[in-house]
Write a protein that binds this ligand. Structure first.
Ligand code: MTE
Length: 343
């Protein structure tokens, strides 16, 4: 992955740093308008009939027309996943929506939001396959309505040394896994993302990558209560550049373990290949837990920069979420052999 430069607020209150007005206003606005009206307005602005020349689309106008818009915003949930001293302050949505890694739409972080217009992120189905009792094709709407949506404010730490704090909306991955009933021989869960060169300029032009983007977890990681299936952010459905209509978020792992726009979940007995480990095994492992003690071969991981602020903070083992996940790895942050340079 490319290196980056980013412009602080680790120990401030949420309302000090986050243009919380932006966040709350948007939530209240969406709620007042009944969600759907706002989304309809956004999709009209994006709609092909209007023509790009007539309507200037902004980075916050990339919410697909969502049949479950009535579910947003959701009630604030578990107080363990709130900002503050441990996890930092919520980043402005304008930052999170304009500083993206989503190679299907190019490698310029501030260009992704401009390139997602052709991507049709609804309607959406997820195929569940492999070692499960209930395989099949699930409509995302059915899943969004089956599991209560909750909001979790998670720190999102990229292997490139930048981080943001995002109010994601979704449901625990464990609920979905329980619903499809893995068989006893299922030891891993693989995620495969969409593969549409005609709608994704990066996917079309960068043919050397092992598309589609794919990731995987061990079953006990997938069942950990932190593992989150994300369908929304900042009180509304996901922006396309952030992985609409459905992505995974795993706050104790580097961001590349959190695949966007997933279309298939496969349950396997053997460890599945992953996009970055396949393409650059000397640099990116399978587990990829955030570990300040194991440098990337080309840079230290001891610190990170909070995007949009210029502030640098020490990186924490497991990105600060060790209390939930350290038991999974026998006392280590980076399991032995995960990357060749880890001792
Ligand atoms: N998912 C897909 N399908 N394609 C990608 O290129 N990039 C990953 C991850 N998921 C990626 C992906 C990386 S490297 C990061 S850091 C995060 O998405 C970025 O998520 P964000 O843009 O919402 O911050």
């Amino acid at each position: 992955m490319a290196n980056i430069h980013i412009p602080p607020g680790w120990r401030l209150r949420e309302r000090d740093v986050t243009p919380e007005s932006i966040y709350l206003d948007r939530r209240q606005f969406v709620a007042r308008m009944g969600g759907g009206a706002v989304l309809a307005a956004a999709s009209i602005a994006c709609g092909p009939g209007r023509g790009a020349a007539e309507v200037q689309r902004g980075p916050l106008d990339n919410i697909p027309d969502t049949p479950t818009a009535d579910l947003y915003p959701v009630a604030m949930s578990d107080p363990r996943f709130t900002p503050g001293e441990r996890h930092g302050e919520v980043s402005p949505e304008e930052i999170v929506a304009t500083y993206n890694n989503f190679y299907e739409f190019g490698t310029d972080k501030d260009g992704v939001w401009r390139n997602v217009a052709p991507f049709e992120a609804r309607p959406w189905e997820i195929e569940v396959s492999g070692l499960v009792d209930n395989p099949g094709v699930y409509d995302l709407v059915e899943l969004e309505r089956a599991f209560p949506l909750e909001e979790r404010i998670y720190r999102h730490r990229c292997v490139e040394r930048w981080s943001v704090v995002v109010p994601w909306i979704g449901f625990p991955l464990a609920r979905l896994v329980e619903r499809v009933q893995p068989r006893s021989d299922a030891r891993y869960v693989a995620f495969v993302t969409f593969d549409r060169p005609e709608q994704a300029i990066g996917r079309k032009s960068m043919t050397w990558w092992p598309w589609p983007y794919h990731e995987a977890l061990r079953m006990d990681e997938a069942m950990n209560e932190l593992a989150f299936v994300v369908t929304g952010m900042y009180g509304h459905p996901l922006q396309k550049q952030n992985g609409a209509p459905v992505r995974i978020h795993l706050p104790w792992k580097y961001g590349y373990k959190s695949p966007k726009s997933i279309v298939r979940i496969d349950f396997t007995a053997e460890q599945p290949p992953t996009f970055w480990n396949t393409s650059t095994p000397a640099e990116y492992g399978f587990y990829s837990n955030v570990d300040p003690g194991v440098p990337h071969p080309r840079w230290s991981q001891a610190q990170e920069e909070i995007v949009g602020t210029g502030t640098r903070i020490p990186t924490l083992p497991f990105n600060g979420y060790g209390e939930w996940v350290s038991d999974l790895y026998g006392g280590r942050v980076t399991p032995v052999g995960d990357v060749p340079h880890a001792r």
